[in-house]
Ligand binder design. Structure first.
Ligand SMILES: *[C@@H]1O[C@H](CO)[C@@H](O)[C@H](O)[C@H]1NC(C)=O
Ligand SMILES: *[C@@H]1O[C@H](CO)[C@@H](O)[C@H](O)[C@H]1NC(C)=O
Ligand SMILES: *[C@@H]1O[C@H](CO)[C@@H](O)[C@H](O)[C@H]1NC(C)=O
Length: 457
């Protein structure tokens, strides 16, 4: 500590008052790591909407306007990813390996970046749990949505059960759901009420129940070949070497898992504690872009366009959404809409297949191990699409000329493929998705092709 200038001591002191759910003595600086936009699915929601940094309850008042002032909002469906979480047990193990390496072979580097007092505070029992920041992600999102849709997210609708909440059974999702409800209760200034939610894994964790996806993608190493191949490209090798050079350890010590763990030390410190950790100094912009691409490749092949079954495994969720929109449109014409708002809380792995099925963020050229440079302007950047608390919001309006559908992703206007407006007619949207609406049978899609029903002997 004697080498650390006094001023750092002061910064550290004020920081430890401002934060801390976990005790430790990191000399982290408050602030945003310069590479924060490259954290992919470990990225903060505020990176997508930077105006939230100044005012977390701000909503964008200059979004595109409805074609007519005679339109009335009749239903809203939101599919939301859980909030900021701690690393999973698997990732904490990787982080511990990397930490052990640095501790035993790079103590000089730790000293140089003021990490010599740092204690390893990531533990396996964190198990991907929702962080306090993750609860806030949801309480704040709930309040911003209530502000944005004041005729749908109302106290009356909440009290009369017309706001329905459905969640994945994972603790981080259930806790996000609870935090979301708390956000609404705070917004409407209601105390001591209980509002139900439903747990539904068939809808929110469909990927666990799709045999074909499990066999052909999840358990099939070849399915993620591009991800594996990317590790031996010159771009990726350069990142490994630069980390080794900074730490002054042999090149052979830095594997893909080690580099990933190093990136996590930077990303999680920022996501969970809003600090710019000295671990971030292991990466520059160029390195972070390569790390982001490695993560995007994984999501592309495991959850998105890489394999057709990835998106087809979400057929039930797709039908669920459109059936609800139809019902709301019908109910509205014949009196009252019984479900004004549906909030569905799941995972990045829930949202990505659904967005893929809808044909969104599709690049002309697939993401592969050998086209990193060509893909620098790609649409498929998971960190922009599904950061923590990433959300797809569909709003149905009754207009003089019929029902219109507005789509927002992360509170920004989103244009569905083949439309040229942010408020297409629902009938037009349904025409574009006619093939899926008439087919997309999850049971058939998820059946293993070569497994035949057992015939009784
Ligand atoms: C608000 O939304 C509009 C339309 O998408 C966009 O052009 C503008 O940049 C957004 N404002 C902020 C502060 O992000
Ligand atoms: C630590 O700093 C010293 C002095 O600047 C330098 O000579 C040494 O190479 C650095 N070591 C590492 C691993 O960065
Ligand atoms: C999250 O929910 C579980 C039960 O589902 C509970 O045991 C736990 O304390 C909650 N954690 C947080 C951080 O709220």
């Amino acid at each position: 500590m004697t080498l650390v200038p006094k001023v750092i001591g002061l910064v550290y002191l004020s920081f430890s008052i401002a934060c801390c759910d976990t005790e430790n003595n990191i000399p982290d600086a408050p602030g945003i790591p310069s590479i924060a936009t490259y954290f992919g699915t470990k990225g903060r929601y505020e990176e997508v909407n930077p105006y939230l940094i100044n005012d977390i309850l701000a909503v964008n008042e200059t979004l595109p306007l409805l074609p007519s002032t005679d339109c009335r909002a009749v239903h809203l469906t939101a599919v939301i990813r859980h909030g900021t979480r701690y690393p999973t047990t698997k990732n904490v193990k990787k982080m511990r390996h990397f930490y052990d390496l640095v501790l035993s072979s790079a103590s000089d580097w730790m000293q140089n970046v003021s990490l010599s007092q740092w204690e390893m505070w990531y533990t396996e029992d964190m198990d991907g749990r929702l962080a306090r920041k993750g609860q806030e992600d949801h309480t704040h999102l709930a309040q911003r949505l209530a502000k944005s849709f004041p005729t749908l997210i109302t106290e009356q609708n909440l009290r009369s059960g017309r706001i329905k909440m459905i969640t994945s059974s994972k603790h981080r999702c259930v806790n996000s759901t609870i935090a979301f409800k708390r956000g609404l209760m705070t917004y409407f200034n209601i105390e001591g009420e209980e509002f139900d939610h439903e747990v539904n894994d068939a809808l929110m964790r469909f990927f666990d129940q799709c045999d074909r996806f499990i066999a052909e993608v999840e358990k099939n190493k070849n399915a993620l070949m591009e991800v594996e191949n990317f590790h031996s490209t010159p771009e990726m090798k350069r990142v490994f070497e630069k980390i080794a050079d900074r730490l002054k350890v042999p090149y052979s010590a830095i594997t893909a898992d080690m580099a990933e763990a190093a990136f996590y030390f930077c990303a999680y410190a920022f996501a969970i504690k809003s600090v710019n950790s000295p671990w971030c100094q292991l990466f520059d912009y160029a390195d972070a872009q390569v790390m982001e691409y490695a993560d995007d490749l994984k999501h592309y092949w495991k959850r998105s366009y890489g394999h057709e079954i990835n998106s087809k495994s979400s057929c039930n969720l797709f039908h669920d959404v459109f059936t609800r929109l139809d019902k709301a449109a019908f109910d509205h014409r014949s009196g009252q809409v019984s479900e004004a708002v549906t909030v569905q809380i799941g995972h990045a792995e829930t949202l990505l297949p659904l967005l893929t099925l809808l044909g969104l963020f599709k690049d002309i050229t697939p993401l592969t191990a050998d086209n990193f440079a060509k893909q620098s302007g790609r649409a498929f950047r998971a960190g922009r699409i599904v950061p923590y608390a990433g959300n797809l919001v569909l709003v149905l309006y009754d207009c003089p000329e019929g029902s219109r559908l507005e789509t927002r992703l992360n509170e920004q206007p989103l244009m569905l493929p083949k439309t040229d407006t942010y408020f297409p007619l629902l009938e037009e949207v349904k025409r574009h998705y006619a093939e899926l609406l008439q087919g997309c049978d999850q049971k058939a899609e998820c059946a293993l092709p070569h497994v035949r029903p057992q015939t009784a002997v």
